[in-house]
Design a protein around this ligand. Structure first.
Ligand code: PMV
Length: 333
């Protein structure tokens, strides 16, 4: 690419997402090609903003990464550097990059931050590198950093068709932000980083004898969940969302080595929340690769659900979020 056509600077913002039909396991770990289709919604209240600048003078010898103003030199740095290499190769750039990233939620809060991080990074990097990009391209690129990041590119309610090649594995929106006023009330139980992250976890999925049964039944759960969202049918939605979360955790617990993410308070909340539903409040639970419990409800009941979660021993704080939009460009401050 002609050097003069490059922008060299890109800045973007993205939200994390919560999966209703979970992605667990890859058919290709390097390309992060998921073993199954998944469904999620973006979380408006949580945001990561990232800028990428390719530096042409000699002031930078190698990439630099800053997260919330702290310089990062280890694990996350290598992952980010390799991710930028993909764009460098595509654009024919051989320059180091300075990456600055800010989150409005505590990094140690136990909320999956990699989806928002790699979604924002994919757009900021593509822009800085002067690549031509479509939403589909960005979703595929974000997926290379963190599988679930591909679902943070489109807006609102999103489906990731797993595909079986780099070209066929990306996410699209099937209902926009205003379609259904769902709210995620996240009960934070543990703020520590999880001992086994999802990248290592995906690689263990096939060691569970339950994974194949989970995969065989995924098309049914996927269709049931998508239809329930389209119909705004909370009862059907709740049933399949809770089932899908528990099936994924059954696979995790029966992997070799076993991954056990639940804490006593998580299990307690998995009883409290369905009981609340039986009392007439539309609410259901889902858990990612960690002990924190996402209680999904509707706007009218968000305050009641938040208060109930707060009153439970072991819940440190509750973060509330409505449905969010997709990844977008922003002006670097
Ligand atoms: O994108 P990753 O590698 O962080 O994997 C996400 C895995 C889960 O959060 C447990 C499920 C999902 O679909 O988001």
């Amino acid at each position: 690419m002609d050097k003069t056509t490059r922008k060299m600077l890109g800045a973007a913002a993205a939200h994390p997402n919560i999966a209703f039909i979970k992605y667990w396991g890859n058919i290709d770990d390097d390309l992060r090609l998921a073993a199954n289709d998944s469904i999620s919604m973006n979380l408006a209240a949580l945001e990561t903003a990232t800028s990428v600048e390719f530096i042409e003078d000699d002031s930078l010898a190698s990439d630099q990464l800053f997260i919330n103003d702290t310089r990062i030199v280890q694990d996350a740095f290598d992952r980010v550097s390799k991710f930028i290499d993909i764009a460098r190769n595509m654009a024919g750039i051989d320059l180091p990059a300075k990456v600055e990233s800010f989150t409005n939620f505590p990094m140690g809060a136990g909320i999956a931050s990699s989806a928002a991080a790699f979604a924002a990074l994919s757009l900021a990097t593509a822009e800085a590198a002067g690549l031509e990009y479509s939403p589909e391209f960005l979703s595929r690129y974000a997926r290379r950093g963190s599988g679930s990041a591909c679902r943070s590119i489109p807006s609102g309610f999103v489906e990731w068709k797993a595909g079986n090649t780099d070209e066929t594995s990306y996410a699209t929106s099937f209902a926009d932000v205003t379609h259904w006023n769902l709210v995620d009330c996240i009960a934070i139980i543990d703020e520590d980083h999880k001992p086994v992250g999802s990248t290592a976890g995906h690689a263990l999925a096939q060691t569970s004898v339950l994974q194949q049964a989970r995969l065989d039944d995924t098309p049914r759960r996927f269709e049931a969940c998508k239809q329930a969202i389209l119909d705004k049918d909370f009862e059907r939605f709740a049933e399949v969302v809770e089932q899908d979360s528990t099936i994924m955790h059954a696979v995790m617990m029966t992997s070799n080595p076993s991954l056990f993410y639940w804490a006593p308070t998580s299990v307690h909340l998995m009883k409290v929340i369905p009981n609340l539903r039986r009392s007439g409040i539309p609410v259901c639970f889902t858990l990612d690769a960690g002990p924190n419990v996402h209680a999904i409800t509707t706007q009218d009941y968000a305050k009641t659900v938040e208060e109930t979660l707060h009153s439970v021993d072991g819940v440190k704080t509750v973060i509330k979020s409505k449905v969010g939009g997709g990844t977008h460009l922003r002006i670097k401050k």
